[in-house]
Design a protein around this ligand. Sequence first.
Ligand code: BTN
Length: 243
Amino acid sequence: MKRIKLDAIDSTNDYLKSLCFSQTLENFTIVTAQYQLNGKGQMGAKWDSESSKNLITSILIKNTLQSSNEIFDLNVVVTLAVVSALKKYKIPNLSIKWPNDIMADNKKIGGILIENTFKSNSEIISIVGIGLNVNQTNFDNLPNASSLKIEMNSDFDIEKLLANIIEDIKINVSVLKSGLVENLWLQYNKKLFMKGVNTSFATATGEIFSGIIQGVSPFGQLIVLLNNQTVKYFRIKEIQMLY
Ligand code: BTN
C-alpha cells in the first residue's frame, strides 16, 4: 500500500487525482496532508481544517465499482467504515447525515467527498476524500461542527485513527465485492441521522418544507414522507436538511 505524506497541498483529492493520471497507482494509495490551502467539500463548499490537528486524507479505490448504478454503494462502504472505526473509540451517538456527513449527536465531526472518474475502458476510479475533525477545538462561525476532542475531552492519535479507518474500508470493500452490499445498506439506513423524525428541508430555490426521512434509495436519493402522505425521492443537489 503506497502512502504519501504531505505538509501542505491545495487539496489531497486534487493531488491524488492528478497523480493517478500521470502514473499507475496501487489500489488503496493514501495521501495525507497536515494542511489544505483549498480543501474541497460537497457541492462546491470549502473544507477548512486547522493545520496538523485533523485527519485530511484521500484514498484511491479502483477495481471495485462495476457500473455507474453502484456509485452510491461506495458512499455506504466509506461512511460505515468511518463510523465503525470511531465506534472503537466509544464516541457517543454516531450517525450518518445523508449523504455522507459523520455526526456525533447533532454535530458534524467529519465529511466525505468521493470523486469518480469513468475511464474509456469502463473502469471507475474513485478518489475518496475524508476530512475528520480530530483534535481541533475551535470552530468559529461553524456552530454545527464538533470534533473527537470536543466530544471526548481528550487528544487522539491521528495516524492510528487513519489505520483503523483504512482497515474498515478494506473490510467493507471486500463485502461489496463479494456481493453482500445489502448488509451494508441495512446498516447505513439504520444509522441515518433524523430518520423517522419530522425534519425541515430547503429546496435549491429556497422553498421550505417538512417531512419524515424514510431512508436512502439504492441510487442515493433521500426518501421523505411528506405531510400530504406522499413519498418523494430527492437527489443530493435538490434539497438541504435544516436542523
Ligand atoms: C463535506 O462534508 O463537505 C466533505 C468534506 C471532505 C473533505 C476532505 S479533506 C480531504 C479531501 N480533500 C479535499 O479537498 N476534500 C476532502
